[in-house]
Design a protein around this ligand. Structure first.
Ligand code: BTN
Length: 236
């Protein structure tokens, strides 16, 4: 496995995206400190220096249809869950790819793809997983870490290879069962909850019933409708 460690870098995702053409399949870039770590929805990703794993993996695809790109999101999310399971921690996936333990977020994932014609060309998948941090800034909504959960300290350099291997194993074995296993891990699936339609700001009661092949979330509303939401169209 090709792993490059940086002491300081703006963002492993941004840096890899600039070097896409010179990367090899399954290359990993990790940082002890990111000065401009990127989160979803334009947020920053904040992580104490040397405390957690912040890294990106590069995947070069041979024959994946662009319309199947949600498969990558599933595989990366499941790979992180498999790693956490190996640490004795059961995690769930808050759609589309936040990793939760109970009601707290332990890991965020930020994925970008390039497309060539109808095919997916490559992917940069950035993973920020809290290992040793036990105090977080107030503005981070509901964080947790492996240390908070298990009481143990982790050597980040030792944890990266098995975590990356778990993600690669899921990627190498993408199949029909991956979709089912993703659903089995879905946070709040079949649990009544209040959702916000972000386009209108309207709140509604409903239950997550599934995820379509294209990645849209399926919610059965309390008044009996089935609604589908793309990323950012619903908050909960
Ligand atoms: C999220 O908002 O949940 C996604 C967070 C993704 C953070 C990781 S840390 C490594 C990689 N580099 C970045 O700048 N972001 C991702």
């Amino acid at each position: 496995m090709k792993i490059i460690w940086y002491n300081t870098i703006e963002s492993t995702n941004s840096a890899m995206e600039k070097e896409r053409d010179s990367l090899v399949h399954k290359e990993v870039w990790a940082a002890r400190l990111q000065t401009a770590g990127k989160g979803q929805k334009g947020n920053v990703w904040c992580s104490d220096q040397g405390a957690n794993l912040t890294f990106s993996i590069y995947l070069s695809h041979t024959d994946l249809e662009a319309r199947h790109q949600f498969m990558i999101c599933r595989a990366v999310s499941l790979g992180v869950c498999d790693y956490l399971e190996s640490k004795g921690v059961h995690a769930t996936i808050k759609w589309p790819n936040d990793i939760y333990v109970s009601d707290r977020k332990i890991c965020g994932i930020l994925i970008s793809h390039t497309v060539s014609g109808s095919k997916l060309k490559d992917t940069v998948a950035g993973i920020g997983i809290n290992l040793n941090q036990s105090v977080f800034p107030d503005w981070i909504p509901n964080p947790t870490s492996l240390k908070i959960i298990t009481g143990n300290n982790y050597v980040i350099e030792d944890e990266l290879p098995p975590l990356a291997e778990s993600v690669f194993a899921e990627y190498d074995n993408i199949c029909e069962r991956t979709a089912g296993r993703y659903l089995d891990r879905l946070y709040l699936k079949d649990t009544p909850h209040i959702f916000t339609d972000t386009a209108t700001g309207t709140q509604f009661k409903g239950v997550i019933t599934g995820v379509l092949q294209d990645g849209r979330l399926e919610i059965k509303t309390a008044d009996g409708y089935i609604r589908y939401f793309a990323f950012k169209e619903v908050a909960y």
